[in-house]
Design a protein around this ligand. Structure first.
Ligand code: NAD
Length: 431
C-alpha cells in the first residue's frame, strides 16, 4: 500500500485530518486531482528509429492560484507517481504561502539513453502535447529530476512558437538569458540547507561539525552538500545511482561537485577516476569508501538527507536508521509506516513539503520578475527565499508546539490543508 506514492500521500493527509480544522466534505474533495492528461509522444530519434513515449500532466488543485509544478524525465514515472507529486506540490505551495495550486508532469524515459537532440525533440513533443493546459496564468511547469534550464528553454520556445510571441512566464527555471532568475538552480539545495540550520537552532544543537549523509548528488543534493559544507557541517556520505562515497572524516564536496559537473559518476570518483580537474592528491580527504545506497541510509550520522527518489525510508529499513534527524530534500522519501516509526523513536523529520520548498519559492520569484518585466539581483532573491522558507519553518514549529502535534509533518500538513480548504470554502462549488 504505502509503496504507492499516491496512497502514501493520502495516508499523510489522513494522519493530519484529525488535527486539522477542515470540513470533512472539503477534505474528501482535496483527495482527488482536478485532472490528469496522458499524452502519447512519438519521437524520431537521432538514430532514425521512431520511439513512442508516454507522458502525463496532473493538475491537482487550483483553489489558491495557477497550477505550479515540475516535469520529471525518469523510467519509473507512472500516472500515480505524477498525481502524488502534484498533490505534494499543492500542500507545499500552500504551506509556504505562494499564490499557486499544485501540478506535476512526467515522461517515462531513460534520459541516459537519449542524445541531446532526442531530448530536445521529446521535450518539444511533450510540450505540444500538454500546451493546451499550460500557460502563465494557468499552469507553470519547472524542472525536476533529469530536467534542467535547457529543458525549460525548449518548453518555453515551443509554447511561444504556437502563441506567436515570446512567453517567458510559461515556465520557471529558465536560463538567465531568456528570463530566468539568479539563484533558481541552487534554490532547492539552499532551502534544504536553510531548514537544516533552523532545525538545529530549534533543537539547540550546533550544526558545525554535525555529520550529514546525503542520498543523491544531483541538483538538490549537490547544492545542499556545498552549502552545508560551507556552514561548517561535515558531509560524510553522498551517492548517485551507481552507489555512495563514504568517509567518516568528511568528503571533499568541492572536488565531488567538479567531478559530477564534468559528467563523472560516484563509483568512478571512489575508484580514483576523478574528472573536473580535481585529483585525489589535491583532495583534503582522498580515500572515500564505496558503500551502497542502502548502507548510506543507515549510517550513524546527525542528519540524513534523502535527495534522490521517493519511498527509500520504509518499514523494512526504518529500524536500522541511526540518524538523529531527517531532512527530506526528495519528494516523498518516507513511507507512512516508516514515518510512524520515526515519530515513535523521536527522530525529527523535516517534511518534504517544507524542506524542499526553496525551488518553488524561487520559481515564484522568477514568475513575478517575468510579470514585472524586471530582474532582481541574486542578493534580493536569496534574501526573499530565506525570509519565506524561514517564516514557513517558524509557523510549522509554532503549530507543532502549540497544538502538541505528533510530528513536524502533521504540523505542516494541518497548515497546508487548512489554507487550501479555506480557499475552497470561500470560492464555493461551481456550478
Ligand atoms: N530540482 C528541484 O528544484 C527540486 C525541487 C523540489 C524537490 N525536488 C526533488 O528532489 C529530488 C532530487 O531532484 P534533483 O532535481 O536533484 O534530481 P537530479 O536528477 O538532478 O538528481 C537526482 C540524483 O539522485 C540519484 N538517483 C536517482 N535514482 C536513484 C536511486 N534509485 N537511488 C539512489 N540515487 C538515485 C541520481 O543519480 C542523482 O544523483 C527529487 O525527489 C525531486 O522531486 C527537486
Amino acid at each position: 500500500m504505502a509503496d504507492d506514492p499516491f496512497e502514501n500521500m493520502l495516508a499523510q493527509m489522513d494522519r493530519a485530518e484529525e488535527y486539522a480544522d477542515v470540513d470533512h466534505g472539503v477534505f474528501e474533495r482535496l483527495k482527488h486531482p482536478e485532472r490528469t492528461l496522458k499524452v502519447t509522444l512519438p519521437v524520431e530519434l537521432e538514430s532514425g528509429e521512431v520511439e513512442v513515449f508516454e507522458g502525463y500532466r496532473c493538475q491537482f488543485d487550483s483553489a489558491r492560484g495557477p497550477f505550479k509544478g515540475g516535469v520529471r524525465f525518469h523510467p519509473s514515472v507512472t500516472q500515480r507517481e505524477v498525481e502524488a507529486l502534484a498533490g505534494w506540490m499543492t500542500w507545499k505551495t500552500a504551506l509556504v504561502d505562494l499564490p499557486y495550486g499544485g501540478a506535476k508532469g512526467g515522461v517515462i524515459c531513460e534520459p541516459k539513453d537519449l542524445t541531446d537532440r532526442d531530448l530536445e525533440r521529446l521535450t518539444r513533443r511533450y510540450t505540444e502535447g500538454i500546451r493546451r493546459m499550460i500557460g502563465p496564468e494557468i499552469d507553470v511547469p519547472a524542472p525536476d529530476m533529469n530536467t534542467n534550464p535547457q529543458t525549460m528553454a525548449w518548453m518555453m520556445d515551443t509554447y511561444s512558437m504556437y502563441e506567436g510571441y515570446s512567453v517567458p512566464q510559461v515556465v520557471t527555471g529558465k536560463p538567465l538569458e531568456i528570463g530566468g532568475t539568479p539563484g533558481r538552480v541552487e534554490a532547492t539545495g539552499r532551502g534544504v540547507s536553510l531548514v537544516t540550520e533552523r532545525l538545529f537552532e530549534y533543537l539547540d544543537r550546533d550544526l558545525s561539525d554535525a555529520s550529514v549523509a546525503i542520498q543523491g548528488f544531483g541538483n538538490v543534493g549537490s547544492n545542499a552538500a556545498r552549502l552545508l559544507d560551507e556552514s561548517g557541517a561535515n558531509v560524510v556520505a553522498t551517492s548517485d545511482v551507481t552507489g555512495a562515497a563514504y568517509d567518516p572524516d568528511g568528503l571533499d564536496v568541492a572536488a565531488l561537485g567538479a567531478h559530477v559537473d564534468a559528467g563523472g559518476l560516484i563509483e568512478e570518483y571512489v575508484a580514483g577516476e576523478i574528472r573536473g580537474g580535481a585529483s585525489t592528491a589535491d583532495s583534503r580527504w582522498d580515500d572515500p569508501d564505496q558503500i551502497t545506497n542502502a548502507e548510506l541510509l543507515t549510517l550513524d550520522v546527525d542528519v540524513l538527507i534523502p535527495a534522490a527518489v521517493e519511498g527509500v525510508i520504509t518499514a523494512d529499513n526504518v529500524d536500522d536508521l541511526r540518524a538523529s534527524a531527517v531532512v527530506e530534500a526528495a519528494n516523498g522519501p518516507t513511507t507512512v509506516a516508516a514515518d510512524e516509526a520515526l515519530t515513535e523513536r523521536d527522530i525529527q523529520v523535516v517534511p518534504d513539503i517544507l524542506a524542499n520548498a526553496g525551488g518553488v519559492i524561487v520559481s515564484y520569484l522568477e514568475w513575478v520578475q517575468n510579470a514585472q518585466e524586471f530582474s532582481w539581483p541574486l542578493e534580493t532573491v536569496n534574501a526573499e527565499l530565506e525570509r519565506r522558507i524561514g517564516s514557513a519553518f517558524d509557523k510549522t514549529i509554532e503549530q507543532y508546539d502549540t497544538k502538541e502535534l505528533p510530528d513536524l509533518r502533521t504540523a505542516a500538513y494541518t497548515l497546508a490543508l487548512e489554507r487550501t480548504a479555506k480557499a475552497h470554502e470561500y470560492r464555493g462549488l461551481f456550478p
